[in-house]
Design a protein around this ligand. Structure first.
Ligand code: 4NP
Length: 176
């Protein structure tokens, strides 16, 4: 598993961007799950989480209904999400960018303003303790409900690992 990149600025919350294609399925699910686990560990002030899509088709829309139903069934709140699009500013505003698949990786790397920004971008599943060589979170958009359950299982076990590592980063009083 990679080491987490250091914070860009000391004294601020550690800022994580989660990125997929549409920002209505995988990355918002990851944002909700990671945020809930950080809150459980009392790390909300130290670590800030956002999500975005590389595409703009769904900007402003809530989460995909199947994604929301899956989260809700597992006790998470999907209702606050509205889709946003990744842009170059997101590189400068985040310490770590986690993308769901290699297509997202190419799109995000193509907008990186410098080498430091490029070095902060990882495939989300590089942190999956059970990845077993599969480093993409498969896009569930074209499939049925079971695909969303599979995505959630990957997200839950991977965010557990991330939260354990994040317990030691970030300042106690971060930026709002
Ligand atoms: P996501 O899934 O990248 O996990 O949010 C998708 C959502 C929408 C589309 C593709 C993937 N789309 O083609 O509109």
């Amino acid at each position: 598993m990679p080491d987490l990149p250091p914070a860009r600025e000391q004294g601020l919350a550690y800022r994580i961007a989660l990125v997929c294609l549409g920002n209505i399925c995988r990355s918002p699910m990851a944002e909700v799950v990671l945020s809930a686990k950080l809150a459980d560990r009392g790390l909300t002030e130290r670590v800030q989480v956002d999500s975005a899509g590389t595409g703009d088709w769904h900007v402003g829309e809530p989460m995909d209904e199947r994604a929301a139903t899956t989260l809700d069934a597992h006790g998470y709140d999907p209702t606050l999400h509205r889709a946003r699009q990744f842009s170059v500013d997101w590189h400068r505003g985040h310490d770590l960018v986690l993308v769901m698949d290699r297509s997202n990786l190419r799109a995000v790397q193509a907008t990186a303003p410098d080498e430091d920004s490029r070095s902060r971008v990882y495939l989300f599943r590089e942190f999956d303790p059970a990845a077993a060589g599969e480093l993409e979170v498969a896009d569930p958009w074209y499939g049925g409900a079971s695909g969303f359950e599979d995505v959630l299982a990957v997200l839950e076990r991977t965010t557990d690992v991330l939260v354990a590592s994040l317990a030691s980063v970030g300042a106690p009083h971060g930026r709002d």
